[in-house]
Ligand binder design. Structure first.
Ligand SMILES: Cc1cc2nc3c(=O)[nH]c(=O)nc-3n(C[C@H](O)[C@H](O)[C@H](O)COP(=O)(O)OP(=O)(O)OC[C@H]3O[C@@H](n4cnc5c(N)ncnc54)[C@H](O)[C@@H]3O)c2cc1C
Length: 122
């Protein structure tokens, strides 16, 4: 008898659960309220530009590697990682901005410029 599971949402958590359940033989359906999959990590495309709706930093690459390995795959089967310089820039309503650079030392310097002592551990 086939076992059926319905998953609400298509963020990382839902897609990971769906993948493991499908691997275990469940018949899985994913229901997403938005037009695009991916939840907070989805993309928004307009006028030829692509915007990331959430993540800017690729945290804990080992978690992604472990996840893909559970399916005998690796991240590079699906995507390549390119380090960006700068990592990103945040624009505020008052016209000011802060650039988040590509090394910890440069990020410390940017935070120190904003607030003295802010790069030190408490
Ligand atoms: C601005 C921003 C910056 C971030 N930066 C980083 C970063 O640099 N690095 C990093 O690792 N993480 C970052 N994150 C966090 C990361 O994006 C989230 O932790 C992760 O995407 C959350 O995944 P999730 O599956 O838990 O939830 P979500 O991605 O929120 O997924 C939930 C899904 O369920 C759907 N849903 C909800 N209710 C229903 C319903 N009733 N019916 C159908 N569908 C429904 C939603 O539409 C959504 O698609 C950032 C997040 C934001 C918003």
């Amino acid at each position: 008898m086939s076992r059926t599971v319905s998953i609400i949402g298509s963020g990382f958590a839902s897609l990971a659960a769906a993948s493991y359940l499908a691997k275990d033989g469940y018949n899985v359906s994913v229901f997403e309220k938005n037009a695009e999959l991916g939840g907070r990590a989805r993309q928004f495309k307009k006028d030829g530009f692509t915007f990331d709706m959430g993540p800017s930093w690729y945290w804990m690459p080992d978690v992604f590697e472990r996840f893909f390995a559970d399916f005998d795959k690796k991240p590079s089967d699906y995507y390549n990682l390119n380090k960006l310089s700068p990592a990103y820039k945040v624009f505020f309503e008052d016209g000011k901005s802060i650039t988040i650079e590509d090394t910890l030392e440069k990020i410390y310097a940017a935070f120190e410029k904003e607030e003295k002592g802010s790069s030190k551990k408490a």
